[in-house]
Design a protein around this ligand. Sequence first.
Ligand code: SF4
Length: 371
Amino acid sequence: MNGNSAFEAKIMEMKEQKKISLELLDYILHSATEEERETLYRIARETSQAVFGKNVYLRGLIEFTNYCRNDCFYCGIRAGNRNVSRYRLSPEEILQCCDKGAELGFRTFVLQGGEDPYYSDDRICEIVRAIKKKHPDHAITLSIGEKSYESYKRYFEAGAERYLLRHETANEEHYALLHPASLSGAHRKQCLRDLKKIGYQVGCGIMVGTPHQTTEHIYEDILFMQDLMPHMIGIGPFLAHKDTPFRDEPDGSAEETISLLAILRILFPKVLLPATTALGTADSLGREKGILAGANVIMPNLSPSNVRDKYLLYDGKICTGEEAAECNSCLRARMAKIGYTVVDVRGDHPDFSSAETAGNNVTKPTEEGIS
Ligand code: SF4
């Protein structure tokens, strides 16, 4: 590329047309200079601030079961891992996590778990209804894997409003290299379409740097997202877990993940974009850098501290020893340090909410860097 101004012109064109070429994607991920990456991050940051101000939304993550019937090759809690100490939280324990989260200012609870048949549709609906009864103003996000249309509909009618289901990769051959034959990318995509049809705010996503991933795969992911138009996109670096078939694979890069976050922000100005815990694991300032590259959500853990080190999808996960209150104040301080404010609102996608409930009108955009 011919200098930073030519690069900036390319990024502005991408912003205007909401399109990226495979060549530009490849250049950004693998060849951009530091100065060019800073330009990309600045444009992504401005794009995010134009919609969300300098507000960061919190999602309280409750990892309520680490049982899973599946065997995804990259996942530390896969069924085949005999070294995991398995646990399930009772409905009462889940409610206690929500009560604690509500006290701390959280307005969204994310119930995440493996695909655990113990949690029948009836059980999930009961839990959702109990949380809604006690915390009617709070949003409930489910992240419990692939289910039937009817099951998703039942959870929605019980009060769940958002659903996270990373599609992992839009490319079928790549999908087959990451998952056992019992799982298919086509079914996963169908689940996402079902969720959207029912009316959920839907999140898809990938890991950056999974084994066998190419730039063409990431390009396909972007095209898939542009077709699906999700409300949330969760991406983080691939991080290997010692008890999986990918134990010896190299970790994904934090820098590439941050560049992809910035690209996604520019292509999807209104999308909810977390700076993930995996990013904070790959780089101790990863979440801050993610926010400064256009992300606008962080997802601290609300799970009881005695089970946190049992929900390890990858090695080295941060924040497994802290109590919820410690994570909460640590993250608020980290965001304040880069000039952002954690806002205690539900933080719906802008198409689902007034500016007031989303908390979009609190602070004004200005330039910031990590101090
Ligand atoms: S990635 Fe999800 S579905 Fe796959 S094994 Fe892990 S918890 Fe189960």
